[in-house]
Ligand binder design. Structure first.
Ligand SMILES: *Cc1c(COP(=O)(O)O)cnc(C)c1O
Length: 426
């Protein structure tokens, strides 16, 4: 058994002063058993815990670290920005620089506004959609997570699902009653909602490839359908690309599937590991935001120089080396198939969904295309596997309902080592 004494002490200390010892519930090991390792260092594909254990990391800070940990040009950019002053609450040149880079990659955006988290991005995008349309209702999908704003904590996927709670205490029925949560990949359900709430639906918000009930891709024609029915009803289509933006391709899921949403939310990768979110779209919508228009949204640390520097350095690297995406595709495919094969040889019921470098192994034999089918997974078997593979030095997200991420730093050797570890762990 790997020694975890130091992590346990740190967790006991944290638990006395922080609820559950964690600042985000997904970090707790509640659904897989055991206690979380305390991470003290990361480099490339590897992380080290307080007891000196080394792991190949497939969490990547839950998505941002597409270049791996402590990528040199990102570290350098942040250090330089920090020396010049961490924050001013005033205009800085880096904001327009990152905005231009984002807009160039996402042609559906004329303008973009930076915030400090994905939660703020989606919350603000919905406020804007409601202001633009003058309508109340929003449609989201079961198992999709769009941050923890009150009206979005309805059937909200991984973090919530892992804890087995339907929504959240403290959210008023009055705040949730304008949120229609529909099954993902089901066109009929949307047609019925638009029929019932004609001219009352402000927006449809969707993860174009879902990551937050585990990885679930859209069925053939599904995103096209969402685009056309929203257009037909004057409803704003929001692609929440906080996870998929700059991951599935440089231009996100919308480039991959060739669909133009009205608004896009981003986060994770565009902050290069620092706290960032963003929302953007056509000028006609974005110019409704204060100070130009009546939709208020603000932030003391929005567009923070360190976060902008990390984002700019990350996007520069991705842009300079487009072959990264081909490598991610090939290596992710090799890893996912290798582990599936190992499961098959051991008679373990396992199925996988993958789009690019985002994937999930579901412990079941069925196909997973929405929340109900994802929920058929054997979470106990996942928990056992998670603990066993961690003993072999592989760090996976501690929930069946999370996407696993490959980074550009993961080598062929890492992948072979991971497949070997999985074979032992089954
Ligand atoms: C992570 C995530 C969010 C929330 O972002 P935070 O920065 O954690 O607030 C929103 N939407 C999606 C799709 C995400 O994956």
């Amino acid at each position: 058994m790997r020694q975890r004494k130091r992590s346990q002490e740190l967790h006991a200390r944290a638990s006395r002063v922080i609820p559950g010892g964690v600042d985000s519930p997904v970090r707790a090991f509640k659904s897989v058993g055991g206690e979380p390792p305390y991470i003290v260092r990361g480099k490339g594909s590897r992380i080290w815990d307080a007891d000196g254990n080394e792991y190949i990391d497939y969490v990547g800070s839950w998505g941002p670290l597409i270049l791996g940990h402590a990528f040199p040009s990102v570290v350098e950019a942040v250090e330089k920005a920090n020396r010049d002053g961490a924050s001013f609450g005033a205009c800085t040149p880096a904001e327009a620089e990152l905005a231009e880079a984002v807009i160039e990659a996402f042609p559906s955006m004329d303008k973009v506004r930076f915030v400090s988290s994905g939660t703020e991005a989606t919350m603000s995008a919905i406020r804007l959609a409601r202001a633009f349309t003058g309508r109340k209702y929003i449609i989201k999908f079961e198992g999709c997570y769009h941050g923890h704003a009150d009206s979005l904590l309805v059937k909200a996927g991984s973090g919530v699902a892992t804890l087995g709670i339907p929504g959240s205490a403290g959210v008023l029925d009055e705040q949730a009653k304008f949120t229609l949560a529909l099954p993902f990949n089901n066109q009929q359900a949307i047609k019925e909602a638009f029929h019932k709430f004609k001219n009352e639906i402000a927006c449809v918000i969707v993860e174009p490839v879902v990551g937050n009930m585990g990885c679930v891709p859209p069925g053939k024609g599904y995103l096209e359908f969402l685009r056309s029915i929203t257009e037909q009803h004057g409803t704003v289509l929001i692609f929440d690309e906080v996870m998929t933006g700059f991951r599935l391709s440089f231009g996100g899921a919308q480039q991959l599937f060739k669909i133009k949403p009205d608004l896009t939310t981003l986060g994770k990768i565009i902050g290069g590991g620092l706290p960032v979110g963003a929302y953007g779209g056509r000028a006609e919508l974005m110019d409704m935001i204060a100070p130009l228009g009546p939709v208020y949204q603000a932030g003391t640390l929005s567009g923070n120089p360190l976060a902008m520097a990390a984002g700019i350095a990350t996007l520069q690297e991705l842009k300079a080396r487009p072959e990264i995406y081909r490598q991610l595709e090939q290596r992710s495919e090799a890893l996912v198939d290798g582990v599936l094969n190992a499961a098959k040889n051991k008679g373990v019921a396992l199925t996988a969904n993958r789009v690019g470098s985002m994937f999930t192994w579901f412990f079941q034999r069925g196909t997973v295309h929405d929340w109900d089918t994802a929920a058929k997974s054997d979470t106990q078997a996942f928990g056992k596997f998670h603990g066993a593979i961690m003993e072999h030095g592989i760090y996976l997200p501690p929930s069946q309902y999370e996407a696993i991420f490959m980074s550009a730093a993961h080598s062929e050797t890492d992948i072979q080592q991971t497949i070997a570890a999985a074979t032992e762990a089954f």
